[in-house]
Write a protein that binds this ligand. Structure first.
Ligand SMILES: O=c1ccn([C@@H]2O[C@H](COP(=O)(O)O)[C@@H](O)[C@H]2O)c(=O)[nH]1
Length: 240
Protein backbone atom coordinates (compact mmCIF):
# COMPACT_ATOMS: atom_id res chain seq x y z
CA UNK A 1 0.00 0.00 0.00
CA UNK A 2 1.38 3.44 -0.89
CA UNK A 3 1.98 5.83 2.01
CA UNK A 4 1.22 9.30 0.64
CA UNK A 5 2.10 12.70 2.00
CA UNK A 6 -1.24 14.41 1.36
CA UNK A 7 -1.19 18.20 1.00
CA UNK A 8 -4.23 19.91 2.55
CA UNK A 9 -5.31 22.55 0.01
CA UNK A 10 -7.00 24.84 2.51
CA UNK A 11 -7.47 27.81 0.18
CA UNK A 12 -10.46 30.16 -0.19
CA UNK A 13 -10.64 30.04 -4.00
CA UNK A 14 -10.01 27.61 -6.86
CA UNK A 15 -7.58 30.11 -8.39
CA UNK A 16 -5.40 30.15 -5.27
CA UNK A 17 -5.38 26.36 -5.06
CA UNK A 18 -4.39 26.01 -8.72
CA UNK A 19 -1.69 28.69 -8.49
CA UNK A 20 -0.30 26.80 -5.50
CA UNK A 21 -0.22 23.53 -7.50
CA UNK A 22 1.44 25.29 -10.44
CA UNK A 23 4.59 25.72 -8.33
CA UNK A 24 5.23 21.98 -8.60
CA UNK A 25 6.86 20.48 -11.71
CA UNK A 26 4.20 19.07 -14.08
CA UNK A 27 5.76 15.62 -13.68
CA UNK A 28 5.17 15.64 -9.89
CA UNK A 29 1.93 13.81 -9.19
CA UNK A 30 0.57 14.66 -5.76
CA UNK A 31 -2.18 13.48 -3.47
CA UNK A 32 -4.08 16.57 -2.31
CA UNK A 33 -6.89 17.07 0.17
CA UNK A 34 -9.85 19.28 -0.69
CA UNK A 35 -11.61 20.34 2.47
CA UNK A 36 -14.76 22.26 3.26
CA UNK A 37 -13.35 25.72 2.55
CA UNK A 38 -12.21 25.01 -1.01
CA UNK A 39 -15.12 22.71 -1.88
CA UNK A 40 -17.77 25.15 -0.65
CA UNK A 41 -16.08 27.97 -2.60
CA UNK A 42 -15.29 26.12 -5.81
CA UNK A 43 -17.74 23.21 -6.00
CA UNK A 44 -17.23 19.77 -7.54
CA UNK A 45 -15.49 21.37 -10.56
CA UNK A 46 -12.36 21.83 -8.47
CA UNK A 47 -12.15 18.06 -8.06
CA UNK A 48 -12.22 17.61 -11.84
CA UNK A 49 -9.70 20.43 -12.40
CA UNK A 50 -7.20 18.88 -10.01
CA UNK A 51 -7.72 15.33 -11.26
CA UNK A 52 -7.22 16.59 -14.84
CA UNK A 53 -3.69 17.65 -13.77
CA UNK A 54 -2.99 14.07 -12.74
CA UNK A 55 -3.23 14.51 -8.97
CA UNK A 56 -5.19 12.16 -6.69
CA UNK A 57 -7.91 13.79 -4.58
CA UNK A 58 -8.88 13.20 -0.97
CA UNK A 59 -12.27 14.89 -0.50
CA UNK A 60 -12.51 15.70 3.20
CA UNK A 61 -16.08 16.87 3.87
CA UNK A 62 -16.48 15.00 7.20
CA UNK A 63 -20.14 14.09 6.74
CA UNK A 64 -22.23 13.79 9.91
CA UNK A 65 -26.03 13.70 9.51
CA UNK A 66 -28.92 11.24 9.57
CA UNK A 67 -28.18 8.00 7.68
CA UNK A 68 -30.45 8.74 4.71
CA UNK A 69 -28.87 12.15 4.11
CA UNK A 70 -25.33 10.79 4.43
CA UNK A 71 -26.06 7.88 2.08
CA UNK A 72 -27.44 10.24 -0.59
CA UNK A 73 -24.54 12.68 -0.25
CA UNK A 74 -22.01 9.84 -0.41
CA UNK A 75 -23.67 8.57 -3.60
CA UNK A 76 -22.84 11.95 -5.17
CA UNK A 77 -19.26 11.87 -3.83
CA UNK A 78 -18.84 8.32 -5.14
CA UNK A 79 -19.40 9.61 -8.69
CA UNK A 80 -16.56 12.15 -8.50
CA UNK A 81 -13.62 9.77 -8.85
CA UNK A 82 -11.87 10.77 -5.61
CA UNK A 83 -9.49 8.40 -3.85
CA UNK A 84 -10.52 9.01 -0.22
CA UNK A 85 -13.39 10.67 1.60
CA UNK A 86 -14.47 11.15 5.22
CA UNK A 87 -17.39 10.72 7.58
CA UNK A 88 -17.58 11.28 11.37
CA UNK A 89 -17.46 8.03 13.37
CA UNK A 90 -19.57 9.79 16.03
CA UNK A 91 -22.54 9.44 13.65
CA UNK A 92 -22.71 5.78 14.69
CA UNK A 93 -22.91 2.36 13.07
CA UNK A 94 -26.08 2.86 11.01
CA UNK A 95 -24.82 6.15 9.57
CA UNK A 96 -21.36 4.75 8.77
CA UNK A 97 -22.82 1.71 7.00
CA UNK A 98 -25.15 4.02 5.03
CA UNK A 99 -22.14 6.15 4.03
CA UNK A 100 -20.38 3.11 2.64
CA UNK A 101 -23.47 1.94 0.74
CA UNK A 102 -23.91 5.35 -0.87
CA UNK A 103 -20.25 5.64 -1.82
CA UNK A 104 -20.11 2.19 -3.40
CA UNK A 105 -23.37 2.77 -5.30
CA UNK A 106 -22.26 6.18 -6.65
CA UNK A 107 -18.89 4.86 -7.81
CA UNK A 108 -20.54 1.83 -9.47
CA UNK A 109 -22.87 4.13 -11.43
CA UNK A 110 -19.77 5.66 -13.06
CA UNK A 111 -17.82 2.39 -13.34
CA UNK A 112 -15.23 3.78 -10.90
CA UNK A 113 -13.45 2.13 -7.96
CA UNK A 114 -15.13 3.14 -4.70
CA UNK A 115 -13.18 5.81 -2.77
CA UNK A 116 -11.68 4.66 0.53
CA UNK A 117 -14.05 5.63 3.32
CA UNK A 118 -12.19 7.02 6.34
CA UNK A 119 -13.92 7.71 9.64
CA UNK A 120 -12.90 10.73 11.70
CA UNK A 121 -12.21 9.52 15.25
CA UNK A 122 -11.31 12.42 17.52
CA UNK A 123 -10.14 15.53 15.67
CA UNK A 124 -6.44 16.19 16.14
CA UNK A 125 -7.41 19.59 17.54
CA UNK A 126 -9.09 17.85 20.50
CA UNK A 127 -7.15 17.30 23.74
CA UNK A 128 -7.92 15.32 26.87
CA UNK A 129 -9.70 18.20 28.66
CA UNK A 130 -11.88 18.97 25.62
CA UNK A 131 -12.88 15.31 25.35
CA UNK A 132 -13.89 15.05 28.99
CA UNK A 133 -15.42 18.51 29.38
CA UNK A 134 -16.79 19.69 26.03
CA UNK A 135 -17.86 16.29 24.73
CA UNK A 136 -18.59 14.80 28.17
CA UNK A 137 -16.79 11.57 27.11
CA UNK A 138 -14.99 10.02 30.09
CA UNK A 139 -11.64 8.22 29.76
CA UNK A 140 -8.63 8.90 27.59
CA UNK A 141 -8.46 10.29 24.07
CA UNK A 142 -6.75 7.07 23.01
CA UNK A 143 -9.59 4.90 24.35
CA UNK A 144 -12.16 7.00 22.50
CA UNK A 145 -10.16 6.89 19.27
CA UNK A 146 -9.68 3.10 19.47
CA UNK A 147 -13.41 2.66 20.17
CA UNK A 148 -14.27 4.70 17.07
CA UNK A 149 -11.76 2.70 15.00
CA UNK A 150 -13.42 -0.55 16.09
CA UNK A 151 -16.84 0.92 15.28
CA UNK A 152 -15.62 2.10 11.87
CA UNK A 153 -14.21 -1.33 11.05
CA UNK A 154 -17.44 -3.06 12.13
CA UNK A 155 -19.34 -0.61 9.89
CA UNK A 156 -17.31 -1.47 6.74
CA UNK A 157 -15.17 1.68 6.64
CA UNK A 158 -11.71 1.27 5.10
CA UNK A 159 -9.86 3.17 7.79
CA UNK A 160 -9.74 6.15 10.10
CA UNK A 161 -8.36 9.63 10.53
CA UNK A 162 -6.54 9.97 13.85
CA UNK A 163 -3.42 11.45 15.38
CA UNK A 164 -0.24 9.49 14.76
CA UNK A 165 -0.10 9.25 18.57
CA UNK A 166 -2.90 6.63 18.43
CA UNK A 167 -1.86 4.61 15.38
CA UNK A 168 -0.07 1.88 17.35
CA UNK A 169 -3.08 1.28 19.59
CA UNK A 170 -5.46 1.29 16.61
CA UNK A 171 -3.44 -1.22 14.63
CA UNK A 172 -3.13 -3.43 17.73
CA UNK A 173 -6.91 -3.39 18.11
CA UNK A 174 -8.13 -3.71 14.50
CA UNK A 175 -5.10 -4.94 12.54
CA UNK A 176 -2.52 -3.26 10.36
CA UNK A 177 -4.60 -3.59 7.14
CA UNK A 178 -7.01 -0.97 8.51
CA UNK A 179 -5.85 2.38 7.14
CA UNK A 180 -4.80 5.07 9.64
CA UNK A 181 -4.21 8.44 7.96
CA UNK A 182 -2.78 11.10 10.24
CA UNK A 183 -3.13 14.89 10.18
CA UNK A 184 -1.62 16.95 13.00
CA UNK A 185 1.82 16.47 11.43
CA UNK A 186 4.46 19.04 12.28
CA UNK A 187 8.18 19.08 11.41
CA UNK A 188 10.21 19.50 14.61
CA UNK A 189 10.61 23.27 14.17
CA UNK A 190 7.04 24.08 13.04
CA UNK A 191 4.31 25.74 15.10
CA UNK A 192 1.48 23.47 16.26
CA UNK A 193 -1.16 26.12 15.40
CA UNK A 194 -4.57 24.82 16.57
CA UNK A 195 -3.44 21.18 16.51
CA UNK A 196 -3.31 19.48 19.92
CA UNK A 197 -2.10 15.95 19.17
CA UNK A 198 0.90 16.41 16.88
CA UNK A 199 3.79 14.27 15.72
CA UNK A 200 6.75 14.73 13.39
CA UNK A 201 6.86 12.84 10.08
CA UNK A 202 9.59 10.57 11.48
CA UNK A 203 7.63 9.72 14.64
CA UNK A 204 4.47 9.13 12.59
CA UNK A 205 6.33 6.71 10.32
CA UNK A 206 7.76 4.84 13.31
CA UNK A 207 4.25 4.63 14.78
CA UNK A 208 2.97 2.96 11.59
CA UNK A 209 0.94 5.78 10.02
CA UNK A 210 -0.39 4.87 6.56
CA UNK A 211 -0.23 8.44 5.27
CA UNK A 212 0.33 12.01 6.41
CA UNK A 213 -1.92 15.02 5.93
CA UNK A 214 0.04 18.27 6.00
CA UNK A 215 -1.40 21.72 5.38
CA UNK A 216 0.07 24.93 6.75
CA UNK A 217 3.68 23.71 7.16
CA UNK A 218 3.66 23.37 3.33
CA UNK A 219 1.04 25.83 2.06
CA UNK A 220 2.31 28.72 4.21
CA UNK A 221 6.01 27.98 3.76
CA UNK A 222 8.18 30.50 1.93
CA UNK A 223 9.09 27.74 -0.52
CA UNK A 224 6.22 25.26 -0.61
CA UNK A 225 7.86 22.83 -3.00
CA UNK A 226 10.96 22.64 -0.80
CA UNK A 227 8.85 22.24 2.36
CA UNK A 228 6.93 19.37 0.72
CA UNK A 229 10.15 17.71 -0.49
CA UNK A 230 11.70 17.95 2.99
CA UNK A 231 8.68 16.32 4.63
CA UNK A 232 8.54 13.65 1.93
CA UNK A 233 12.25 12.90 2.34
CA UNK A 234 11.95 12.68 6.15
CA UNK A 235 8.85 10.46 5.86
CA UNK A 236 10.36 8.17 3.20
CA UNK A 237 13.62 7.75 5.14
CA UNK A 238 11.76 6.84 8.33
CA UNK A 239 9.57 4.33 6.46
CA UNK A 240 12.58 2.45 5.01
O1 LIG B 1 -8.60 15.21 12.90
C1 LIG B 1 -8.40 15.91 11.89
C2 LIG B 1 -9.07 15.73 10.71
C3 LIG B 1 -8.77 16.52 9.63
N1 LIG B 1 -7.83 17.47 9.70
C4 LIG B 1 -7.53 18.28 8.49
O2 LIG B 1 -6.15 18.13 8.13
C5 LIG B 1 -5.61 19.37 7.73
C6 LIG B 1 -4.47 19.73 8.64
O3 LIG B 1 -3.97 20.99 8.31
P1 LIG B 1 -2.70 21.64 9.05
O4 LIG B 1 -2.60 23.00 8.42
O5 LIG B 1 -1.52 20.76 8.73
O6 LIG B 1 -2.98 21.71 10.51
C7 LIG B 1 -6.76 20.39 7.74
O7 LIG B 1 -7.26 20.47 6.42
C8 LIG B 1 -7.79 19.76 8.65
O8 LIG B 1 -9.12 20.07 8.25
C9 LIG B 1 -7.15 17.66 10.87
O9 LIG B 1 -6.27 18.53 10.99
N2 LIG B 1 -7.44 16.86 11.94
Amino acid sequence: MSRPVIIALDFPTAAQALVFLDQFPATTKLTVKIGMELFYAAGPQIVQAIEARGHAVFLDLKLHDIPNTVESAMRVIGRLGVRYTTVHAAGGHVMLAAAKRGLVAGAAEQGLPAPKLLAITQLTSTNQAMLNTDQQIPGTVQASVVHYAELAQASDCDGVICSAQEVGAIHAAVGTDFIAITPGIRPATAAADDQQRVMTPTAAAKAGSNGLVVGRPITQAENAVRAYQQILTEWSAAND
